[in-house]
Design a protein around this ligand. Structure first.
Ligand code: G6P
Length: 438
């Protein structure tokens, strides 16, 4: 049976990452007949949106593809009739991210985009907006799949699955990056490796790694402990303690450094913030350079400079998933979905990040069952923080916000939790109407 062509709606289309996504679409033309891409953004992002749309059209023309590109501020028009809605936006832009990173540092707490109080602040700004987007999807494209990259991706996906009927899957580039890095360490092709991933977004472990059927977990841990390259562009490569890794017995993700080595990561963040600026402040400069390149009318491909960003492979993660759903591939991908017994100690409704079989029905997680207390303590605490954050964001509830921060393992003291919360609410006043209602 001939399959219908695909319409993609990209919410946050003006992102500097978008050319990678376009490259991914063009690379998969044989198996994914995308006929239309509708980029949408907000008024403040209009200039970037137009630059991205023009570059996209040049990339498509160079590839000789036949894809209609629309760029508009009309979210409903983008969503209407879409098969896949990809969400990749940042409420408040990089300025808001820079504040998220700076506020906790004032209190000697990790200041990071997605973990700790920075991720909390981002979630408060983002959740009401994404729930609004979901209302449009429920009305205009109820059968569409929403692939959510918007950070903090797991927490935001939990809000979507709890409060809407949208068919949503959360995605992240970390698991793909882990696989690529482990393949480089083991000197093999990524496809020869199988990783059994389970945890939360930006807190995911590969509990087992197999290379062509042989369990190589201990070998990988040893290489990571010996200093094999194992981080993303946005995370300082603090060395791992080999004895700790050996005792842990599971391969952590690069973000685990914030939880297992907060002293060193905080010291590094504070030093860098003084010299080069926080990560958001550094990224603002990179973005400027990228958009200067994107404006060049002779450019018709993704420039290499995009690889300096932390989000490498994000296009592979999302388009391989589109491929698996559209072509009913029944292949294994790491996704953010409802737990439903996958990690037995967590609630069924909790969103986890795990390996799953993906086909036309969506994603079916691969059960890991009971995990060791060595990892369960951290997951349970962070999940409690996430659930409290969803409630605080949806209801604009100060007490739940305070309890969320008090339960975040990166916030060591309730007095600091309260001061940080007050700063976040004050500095994000215009983005948090839910806290000012009534
Ligand atoms: C990682 C994370 C993404 C995050 C990105 C930030 O790849 O998995 O969730 O958005 O880094 O990268 P940046 O270059 O903006 O610091």
């Amino acid at each position: 049976m001939a399959k219908l062509p695909i319409k993609l709606a990209i919410i946050g289309g003006g992102s500097s990452y978008t050319p990678e996504l376009v490259e991914g679409v063009l690379k998969r033309r044989e198996q994914l007949p995308v006929s239309e891409i509708h980029f949408v953004d907000v008024e403040a992002g209009l200039e970037k949106l137009e630059i991205i749309a023009a570059l996209t059209r040049r990339m498509i023309a160079k590839a000789g593809a036949d894809i209609t590109v629309t760029a508009s501020l009309d979210r409903r028009a983008a969503i209407a009739g879409a098969d896949f809605v990809m969400t990749q936006f940042r409420v408040g832009g990089l300025q808001a991210r820079a504040r998220d990173e700076r506020i906790p540092l004032k209190y000697d707490v990790i200041g990071q985009e997605t973990t700790g109080p920075g991720g909390f602040a981002k979630a408060l700004r983002t959740i009401p907006v994404i729930l609004d987007i979901c209302k449009d999807i429920e009305e205009l494209a109820p059968d569409a799949w929403m692939l959510n990259f918007t950070n903090p991706a797991g927490l935001v996906t939990e809000a979507v699955l709890k409060y809407t009927k949208v068919k949503a899957i959360g995605l992240c580039n970390v698991p793909v990056s882990m696989k690529m890095m482990i393949a480089a360490m083991m000197d093999c092709e990524p496809d020869e490796l199988s990783l059994e991933c389970a945890g939360l977004n930006h807190l995911v472990w590969a509990h087992r790694a197999w290379l062509n059927g042989k369990d190589v977990t201990a070998e990988v841990l040893q290489k990571v402990g010996d200093g094999a390259g194992y981080t993303m562009k946005n995370i300082a490569e603090e060395p791992w303690d080999p004895d700790f890794l050996n005792a842990l017995g599971a391969i952590p993700c690069p973000y685990h450094r914030y939880f297992y080595q907060p002293d060193a990561m905080l010291a590094e963040e504070k030093a860098t913030a003084q010299t080069e600026g926080t990560r958001a402040e550094q990224v603002m400069k990179t973005e400027q350079e990228l958009f200067d390149l994107y404006r060049d009318e002779t450019l018709a491909e993704k420039p290499a400079q995009l690889e300096n960003r932390g989000g490498a492979y994000y296009s592979d993660a999302s388009l391989n998933l589109v491929d698996a759903i559209y072509n009913d591939r029944k292949t294994v991908h790491v996704v953010n979905v409802r737990n439903n017994g996958t990690i037995s100690a967590l609630p069924d409704a909790a969103v986890i990040e795990c390996s799953a079989v993906v086909g036309s029905w969506g994603a079916k997680p691969i059960t890991v069952g009971s995990l060791s207390p060595a990892v369960l303590g951290l997951i349970s605490q962070v999940k409690a923080y996430e659930q409290l954050t969803v409630e605080a964001a949806v209801h604009g509830n100060y007490n739940q916000g305070l309890m969320a921060l008090a339960n975040n393992p990166l916030v060591p003291d309730i007095h600091r939790a309260k001061a940080i919360l007050d700063d976040i609410l004050r500095e994000n006043h215009d983005y948090l109407p839910q806290f000012h209602a009534g």
